[in-house]
Design a binder for this molecule. Structure first.
Ligand code: FCX
Length: 438
């Protein structure tokens, strides 16, 4: 069976050829217009990036190299003791465009576990941070510091050939993904369980098996399975979302994967993006408390209007691109439906009931282009029910996941020789002048 590196050596030349042909034949083909509303509207709708691993359809949701979430759930290898997608399988798919065999996924798990320990200075750095510093800030600091050992940076300084860029980017990327569980679990331990022991990386466990173990939840097989599913399906959401785009932009300067993904994490830490899952849980718990457990559709409706009238957004609802319920939300809801302890939980039920009411309220409110839930509407309540109640930490788990897509694109960007990003910007005056001159 082929290794990850052998597989990439096979698929990359074909993609390079495909891109060369596209450039030669279609460089001047027009595929869309840019309107003033796009320029002042956060570039929504502009087709402006090349991103290999996934494409988002507004109605259907995400496809990873053409595979929908249910197809990935059927085809991608699971852990030996599990049924959910193994994030290593997803990483393999995102990187190569191919579904790995079980043996290939196991090999990747083994390699990641072998590379999973943190350098001592990063442990000391994390231990020196104030526990009051947001876990996402700590994560971005830790990931940045890992660039101390960047193979890409070291070889760039020595003067490597462009053709070798992707191989060193791949080595850094695997090392980054491998170290995220130890890094993220250490932040959890320092902030929420100070003074307790942190499990060592177990060379026989998969990435999330280790992560769950190091978080102190290794005995909870259901939580470990949930984390595998969560981390696999949050892995990539095409290129324009803020974390992916930030990481891609920074990588386009030939910054190494650690610096690039640290920028992605900074974007993920914003409340309109990854921080929303922390906000959703806070909001749903407030609702549960205020309604005192007796929850009807009409109570939820009143609570939703109260949120909207106070000028806040309904967290977990709306999306920059999607125009239907997020299939990731559906997959997480299905996970809850198969486990009685979850489906009977008042919090999980409340998330479901909110889904029954919120779209109509948001339609009546009339602002959001998408009145349906995104993945963040569902992701936190399961963690909470399984005892991971520290919701300021939830975005860190998203951060462990989003690395899969961001590093895959970094490898592709280097393999395809993508250039420095440098879009044109205008001042209001310059834009007015441009409009007059049309
Ligand atoms: N509740 C209330 N109002 C909302 C809303 C919501 N959930 N979603 C959008 N709106 C409002 C916007 O604030 C905007 O109002 P404005 O015209 O006064 O500025 C208007 O509707 C149009 O926004 P729209 O084009 O539909 O949405 P955007 O692409 O601008 O923003 C996000 C998309 C996701 C940022 C937006 O829907 C939102 O704030 N949702 C709540 C936070 C959230 O769940 N974020 C997570 C998103 C995602 F899954 C992720 O990246 O992790």
């Amino acid at each position: 069976t082929k290794s990850l590196r052998e597989t990439l050596k096979e698929v990359i030349p074909a993609k390079q050829e495909q891109l060369k042909k596209l450039k030669a034949e279609h460089s001047q083909t027009v595929v869309g217009d840019v309107k003033v509303e796009n320029i002042i509207g956060g570039m929504r709708g502009i087709k402006a990036m090349l991103w290999e691993a996934s494409v988002l359809d507004p109605l259907e949701g995400i496809r990873f190299h053409g595979l929908s979430i249910p197809e990935c759930q059927k085809q991608l290898p699971t852990a030996p003791d599990g049924k959910e997608i193994l994030p290593e399988s997803m990483l393999w798919l995102l990187l190569t465009g191919q579904v790995p065999t079980t043996e290939q996924a196991r090999e990747l798990s083994k390699e990641l576990a072998e590379k999973g320990e943190l350098p001592k200075f990063v442990e000391d750095l994390l231990d020196s941070l104030p526990t009051t510093l947001h876990p996402m800030t700590q994560m971005a600091i830790g990931v940045s510091a890992l660039n101390h050992d960047s193979a890409f940076q070291a070889n760039y300084e020595k003067g490597m050939k462009k053709a070798d860029y992707w191989t060193h980017t791949l080595e850094d990327s695997l090392s980054l993904v491998a170290r995220l569980p130890a890094l993220s679990a250490r932040i959890y331990r320092n902030v929420y369980k100070p003074g307790t022991d942190l499990a060592a990386v177990d060379k026989n466990l998969d990435l999330v098996g280790n992560y769950s173990n190091m978080l102190g939840f290794g005995d909870n097989k259901d939580l470990t399975e949930y984390l595998r599913l969560y981390i696999a399906i949050h892995g990539d959401h095409e290129g324009g979302n803020a974390s992916a785009h930030a990481s891609h932009l920074v990588a386009s300067t030939l910054a190494d994967p650690f610096l690039s993904y640290s920028a992605g994490l900074q974007a993920l830490a914003g409340p309109l993006h990854g921080l929303a899952n922390q906000e959703v849980l806070r909001w749903q718990l407030n609702m549960l408390k205020e309604l005192d457990g007796k929850v009807t559709h009409s109570d939820i409706k009143d609570f939703l209007w109260k949120t909207l009238k106070s000028g806040q957004v309904v967290p977990g609802y709306g999306h920059g691109v999607l125009r239907n319920p997020d299939p990731r939300f559906i997959a997480l809801q299905e996970f809850c439906d198969t486990r009685p302890e979850l489906s009977s939980s008042p919090l999980v039920q409340l998330v479901k009931q909110t889904f029954e009411v919120a779209p109509d309220v948001l339609k009546e409110h009339g602002k959001t282009k998408n009145p349906f839930p995104n993945v963040d509407a569902a992701s936190g309540c399961v963690l909470y029910e399984y005892g991971l109640k520290d919701f300021k930490y939830y975005t860190v788990i998203f951060g462990v996941s989003r690395a899969l897509g961001c590093v895959s694109q970094l490898v592709w960007a280097r393999a395809l020789g993508l250039p420095l990003e440098r879009p044109k910007s205008y001042s209001i005056d310059a834009l007015e002048k441009l409009i007059k001159s049309q």
